[in-house]
Design a protein around this ligand. Structure first.
Ligand SMILES: [Zn+2]
Length: 225
């Protein structure tokens, strides 16, 4: 064991692993970026795992609105992410889609993987729920991440302002109360989701024609917000 003094040189070539959180409203391209990042790292010969929870496809997959898709590991509440990674031969990075729905304990496990196991973690998800209240897992990511990045890929409110917040619409009206996670936008569900600017999320105005086909596509297929 060598004694390391305060004056010791930083070991050359060493790079700390990182925990990064990319957040934004639904439709902002989070899953597309997650898949792109996985592709880029894989092409450099790095080995990773792709995780998700409640993907819009309904299966253990990461799917993006522009038609890309990849099989993924479904993060159930009981899954220990440290154990998952250490059960593999060598893992360099994790892509964690829909990380807002993970448990807070699982976010802590992601930080452990970064600090104790040198695994890069790229997490993607919503920041806040339909009430504009932060998801507990997203809050923990804001607190722990090395880097936090807001994604804004041209998701607009009906008024043309940047869409920032997710509204839950039940029976044509915006809901203010209810369970934090409700699957919507399926044939069986009366719940749908719509991205609004802060002003219209606060006022509850959904805009004219929010049930028309033109808007329907943009709000029609997200599920768990
Ligand atoms: Zn608006």
């Amino acid at each position: 064991m060598t004694e390391v003094s305060a004056l010791s040189a930083v070991p050359s070539g060493a790079r700390d692993a990182v925990l990064k959180f990319y957040f934004g409203p639904m439709d902002c391209g989070k899953s597309t970026l997650a898949l792109q990042m996985n592709y880029n790292h894989g092409r450099q010969g790095r080995r990773g795992l792709v995780l998700t929870k409640h993907d819009r496809s309904g299966g253990p997959k990461v799917t993006s609105r522009i038609g890309l898709g990849l099989d993924a590991i479904e993060v159930v509440d009981s899954l220990d992410l440290v154990r998952l990674v250490t059960s593999h031969d060598r893992i360099d990075y994790l892509i964690c889609d829909e990380a807002c729905f993970y448990t807070v304990a699982q976010i802590e496990q992601l930080a452990d993987l970064v600090d104790e196991h040198g695994v890069d973690v790229y997490a993607f998800g919503l920041a806040s729920d339909f009430r504009s209240v932060m998801f507990p897992a997203a809050q923990r990511l804001f607190e722990l991440a090395d880097e936090v990045c807001r994604l804004q890929v041209e998701v607009l409110c009906w008024c043309g302002r940047p869409g920032q917040l997710n509204a839950r619409v039940v029976g044509g009206a915006m809901a203010r109360t209810g369970e934090q996670v409700v699957i919507g936008d399926t044939d069986a569900s009366p719940v749908r989701y719509q991205v609004l600017c802060r002003r219209h999320h606060r006022s509850g105005r959904l805009g004219e024609g929010s049930f028309s086909d033109a808007v329907g596509d943009a709000v029609g297929s997200d599920q768990a917000v």
